[in-house]
Design a protein around this ligand. Sequence first.
Ligand SMILES: C[S@@+](CC[C@H](N)C(=O)[O-])C[C@H]1O[C@@H](n2cnc3c(N)ncnc32)[C@H](O)[C@@H]1O
Length: 288
Amino acid sequence: MTIPPEPSQQENAYFIDHENVAEMARLLDQDRLYTQAMGGLLPERANDFSGITHVLDVGCGPGGWAQELAFAHPELHITGIDISDTMIAYAQAQARVQHLSNAHFQVMDVQKGLGFPDASFDLVNARLLGFFSPSFWPHLMTDYVHLTRPAGLIRLAETEMSFSNSPAVEQEHSWFFRSLWRMGSSFSSNGERLCISAMLAPLLRQAGCINVQVQATALDWSYGTSAHAEMYKNMQVGFKLLEPFYLAAEVATQKEIDHTYTQMLDEMHSPSFAGLHLLVSASGQKPA
Ligand SMILES: C[S@@+](CC[C@H](N)C(=O)[O-])C[C@H]1O[C@@H](n2cnc3c(N)ncnc32)[C@H](O)[C@@H]1O
């Protein structure tokens, strides 16, 4: 096994500037796509929210998941937290104009601890936070368990990203995986994958959860599918915003990045393009 480097001491582990408005827009589109692809807001329980009143969405971004839930279930009280002032301001404004008085958003840095009393929530949802270091994850899980009431539910959802027949899409993914590994933010043994989705169930079990279940979704975004245009845009914006991360991790030069990025856009436009995006969720119950 290759020894991964020590986690970097960077202030925030997220690989894209969390105040970037283009990233916020990407997350809003991605939220709709992923929630639908995964089969709804809580597919692990067939979208059944009975017995659930208080919900926490950790790293909620601009609040797409939380707002959809608040709209669909006015009887629930939903709290979303995120480190980004920009995203929380957007989420608060959206909740206001949509009259979602049951959705509340606040700025909070999970790396400094989640500031809620123990057993405050029936459901803790945390999607796409796989960028935290392996050494931080157990602390995060301990916090989730403390915040969940006995017999409450913790839901983790992540992506292993895509695989495709496009050499440039593969190259971009490879740089992303390697950059995370080099920055100490990967569970992979060699930086060739993300590996976060394999960790979700073990992390829940190690934190003491029971009835742990895993669900995987493969989103076909090959040329000609309904998901192609959305995923194309996601890759176009996401990989552009990742360039400073690649350069900081020294996985490629700007010239290599520019060449591959242009090639990626061409290849994704080809009628022969085939791509599959993997989404995995795991849920577990805090013992009663
Ligand atoms: C990939 S996005 C996921 C957003 C949302 N959960 C979703 O599934 O659409 C990661 C989010 O984590 C937030 N984040 C990054 N570091 C954080 C931290 N230390 N504390 C709280 N939120 C953080 C980012 O601002 C960003 O909104």
